[in-house]
Write a new protein. Structure first.
Length: 368
């Protein structure tokens, strides 16, 4: 039993530490996931809580895992893990049944699990937690209760600062497909022999007022007495999807300029703002000023947004505004606005509005 307790303690501690850490690396990613769930369950009034809940979630997971693994306030950490599993095991079961969002985001963008896989993972964790509640507690800290709490609170404080740092300055580890060094076009390729999506298609026909469903192989082809009514397709198995599958940029005139951007042999700077109205006006103006400098030096500059065309046209500052899908923009860079420096379709650098280099940095770039 002692060995089982040690193994369970290590597994549970590491899983929760890892889960909390990867979420803290990208708190906005978890916030977007909370937003998706709020929309799916018609709880849009909770949208403003997405970021606080994201930070609370990753902090609770990390501290609970740290407590169980290290032994500092072990009983408190064990109770925290129990409460998390009591809450989220039934929730993940409901998500697995209804599938409102395909990826629960339990490991951020580091590891993607289906809702059923997440539910299975939680059941396994419950099994590993049981030995930690069996028998008498043998885990005692070498420090006093007060010292233990000081350690836990200090780790918690530093962890929250770490999360806030990643929100302000972009994730220190980029798990997204648009990471530094990536050549976007290569990530859009579907390899030969890749498995496509498999659907079960049902055709609905009507004859003499009676409707009947047929498979694709059995439908009454050539029988004019049957009238086609409708078609239903259900996804049976997802096929291969390239890491980048929704990158499309269009001008305000409706022209697809994706290829133009990806094939530009020179430097291009993309200013990404998922919604212009949600971005700080001072940060936007800083980006617009940089855009004017880029254009004066022969560097391509594009403002990418999912805002309406009328709203983008209202700025009338001589810059090239383009439309893109909001989810794509959120995936490209976790900031509003954020910036991506590209050359020959390859991502060279990424910045948030908070750590965008000054004009002198770009002037040095222009000389190359």
């Amino acid at each position: 039993m002692k060995a089982l307790k040690i193994i369970s303690r290590i597994i549970i501690g590491l899983v929760f530490i890892f889960s909390g850490f990867v979420k803290a690396v990208d708190p906005l990613g978890s916030a977007y996931k909370f937003h998706d769930y709020f929309q799916a369950f018609h709880l849009g009034f909770l949208n403003d809580l997405s970021i606080p809940l994201s930070i609370l979630m990753c902090t609770a997971e990390f501290i609970a895992g740290f407590s169980v693994l290290s032994g500092f306030r072990f009983r408190t950490g064990r109770l925290g893990i129990l409460m998390l599993l009591i809450i989220f095991t039934p929730v993940t079961f409901i998500l697995a049944l209804t599938n409102p969002v395909s990826d629960c985001g339990c490991f951020g963008d580091a590891i993607h699990l289906t809702n059923w896989q997440t539910f299975g993972k939680n059941i396994a964790l419950v099994a590993f937690l049981i030995p930690l509640y069996s028998g008498s507690d043998q885990i005692k800290s070498i420090f006093s209760k007060t010292t233990d709490w000081l350690i836990i609170l200090s780790v918690m404080f530093l962890f929250v600062l770490f999360s806030l740092f990643n929100i302000r300055y972009l994730p220190i580890i980029d798990f997204l497909p648009y990471s530094k060094g990536v050549k976007i076009a290569e990530k859009m390729i579907i390899p030969d022999g890749a498995q496509p999506d498999i659907y079960n298609t049902t055709l609905i026909y009507e004859k003499d007022g009676v409707r009947k469903e047929f498979t694709v192989k059995e439908y009454p082809a050539g029988d004019s007495s049957w009238k086609f009514i409708d078609q239903k397709s259900v996804l049976i198995r997802k096929g291969y999807k390239p890491p980048i599958h929704d990158f499309m940029i269009t001008s305000l005139t409706g022209e697809d300029i994706t290829g133009k951007i990806l094939s530009d042999p020179g430097y291009s700077l993309l200013m990404v703002t998922k919604k212009l109205t949600e971005a700080d006006r001072k940060s936007l103006n800083k980006g617009f000023s940089l855009g004017v400098i880029c254009l004066s030096k022969g560097i391509s500059f594009y403002v990418l947004s999912s805002s309406g065309s009328d709203e983008m046209k209202s700025y009338e500052n001589g810059l090239t505004f383009c439309s893109a899908d909001e989810t794509t923009l959120k995936t490209m860079v976790r900031a509003n606005p954020g910036y991506i420096l590209m050359k020959d379709g390859r991502i060279m650098e990424k910045w948030s509005w908070a750590n965008l280099p000054d004009e002198k940095w770009f002037e040095k770039l222009f000389k190359h």
